[in-house]
Design a protein around this ligand. Structure first.
Ligand code: AMP
Length: 212
């Protein structure tokens, strides 16, 4: 199974991918997580990516495509769920090339649709465990103890790019650079639209009804 998750920041791509991973032997590949690990480790890629990420801009295509070429080569046969890639038409074209080289193909591009104001509300309140990645929300899913992860007791923090001005910038980048992917995958017949406002089970139901 090879699935692409598309949607604005805060649409629930990471949450959905984690849920699907519990049921299928797929690799959940989040470009945002890989980049943040590189920033934390101070790697050459992390040093180049940090400024773009902090300002809510996209990291240049050439860096992302190279990073994904290496990552996809390590992917197990069960397939993958791509969360946050591709984010531009150039990245989608590069992914098509990579799939050809690997003699495999994408099964579906799932679009999680959420209005901008819902995104702002969700992300301003989002908190993430920097140890295990568990996601919380200050009102929707608060931690039992302040700033401590319920799952692993690690520190729960607000991401630097989850501040309102950066969220609005990320949304405008999404509409300008990433939304054209909707037409791209519609043309190839791979697009599946899912209303992701308040339906955490939506992707799961879609995959079930598609027999995946
Ligand atoms: P995310 O965790 O998916 O919201 O990504 C956080 C940030 O990482 C984004 O705002 C971008 O700066 C960068 N990023 C993640 N994926 C990509 C991508 N496919 N292309 C360019 N930049 C990306």
């Amino acid at each position: 199974m090879r699935i692409i998750l598309i949607g604005p920041p805060g649409a629930g791509k990471g949450t959905q991918a984690a849920a699907v991973k519990l049921r299928f032997p797929v690799d959940h590949i989040s470009t945002g997580d890989i980049l943040r690990e590189n920033v934390r480790a101070g790697s050459p890629l992390g040093l180049k990516a940090k400024e773009f990420m902090d300002s809510g801009s996209l990291v240049p295509d050439s860096l992302i495509i190279e990073m994904m070429r290496e990552r996809l080569a390590k992917c197990p046969a069960g397939g993958f769920m791509l969360d946050g890639f591709p984010r531009t038409v150039a990245q989608a074209e590069a992914l098509d090339e990579l799939m050809k080289e690997m003699s495999v193909s994408i099964d579906a591009a799932i679009l999680l649709e959420v209005p901008d104001e819902t995104v702002v509300e969700r992300l301003c309140g989002r908190r993430v465990c920097s140890s295990c990645g568990e996601i919380f929300h200050v009102t929707g899913k608060p931690t039992e103890a302040d700033g401590v992860c319920d799952v692993c007791r690690g520190p729960v923090e607000q991401r630097d790019d989850d501040r309102e001005e950066v969220i609005r910038r990320r949304l405008s980048v999404y509409h300008k650079d990433t939304a054209p992917l909707i037409e791209y995958y519609e043309k190839s017949g791979l697009l599946r639209r899912i209303d992701a406002i308040d339906k955490p089970g939506a992707v799961k139901s879609y995959l079930e009804s598609a027999g995946l």
